[in-house]
Write a new protein. Sequence first.
Length: 422
Amino acid sequence: MKFLDVGEKIKKLRKELNIKQEELNASGVSRNFISMIENGKRKLPYHVASELVEIFKRKAAELGVTLNIDERWLMITAKEQAEEFCREKLKSELTSEDLNTVTMLVKDYDIKSLIPEVYKIKADSLYENRLYEEAFTYYYEILDNVDDKPEEKAFIYNKLGKCKIMMLNYMEAITYLNKCYENSIIVNDKNTMKSSLYNMALCYKRLNNLELAIKYIDSCIELCDVSKDVKEYAGAVVLKSNCYIESNDYQLAVNTLSDLINKFEDSEDTLLGYIYNSLGALYMDMNELDKALLYLDKAYFIRQRKDIYNLSHTVLNKARVLLKQDMKIEALQLINYSIVIAEKNNDYKFIIDGYKMLEDLYVGYKKYEELADIYLKMINLFNKMENTEEALKTYIKLLALSSETNRKEEYKLYLKEAQKIL
């Protein structure tokens, strides 16, 4: 969508009404001045605008055309028109098409006063649709426009951190989440504090720094009112139990999750799905595979109905149990199914986890074609996440595979692609 500047409107009207520049002399200015206005080299004075409006209306009447314009319409700039259009659109709920249009106009016309509001709506929409790279870009653009507003900064930094978590860039995520926490303290925003603490704990767990993970989880739990913050509290306790599992403190994890079920067995299904999935993973690590499948089946039943986003996590855990039972064909089917679900949800961690499980199977089966295909898919995903380190590691595996299978041309191609990253 394009709006016309003052000079462009005059020129367009003049041509549509078949008026020459010299015919506008009646407005009290020279043809040369009109030319400079049309070319954007001079501003249009109000008295000249008034005269031009009368000339245009008179000429239109002679041609039998009704022309509804006034001085304000003629003098308003393209940027001002764009801003008015956007503000009017923002008064009502935006369709996807409206949002794209308004975002484009704010960007093209550099309407700084609307950047925070419009970019936040756009970023939230992208985040909800799990397009984390694009969402991150819009959230980041907001920062310069909320520098003196700690509450809004806390929200944006939290979202930036969560985007980076979904992109598996945990150290960068921690940087943003720390800033979120600092700003949320300034305005005493406990909800954002809890969110930042939980997400920092999640980052440290995935970085295998379990001591720091538990420290941040405990801080998050301290802020929770168990009667009101049911999801936040339960989520933090489950994360803490997962840290116990990682540190092989299985009995403490069992006790923690069992206590949680006793507290929330009448809670909503999605919460129980989360707890059951963790119990299934716990019993799998303890090699109590029947119990593991029992709880994973409970989680699966809940998640396939009410929590499709996390369904891939449960399916992948079931595949791990089947592998322990040496049921490789059935496990392979579940791994592929979990990847399909994770891909639909842009759940990068579980796409990669699924790929790595397939990698192990294909290595064992010596299925080199399938293995090369998995490596290429992993590289594409790492490149999308701008994770050059993991992309290079995967290229090294691909090069080793090509060398082992004596595929010289493919080796040269992959080496060339890997060098582009360096």
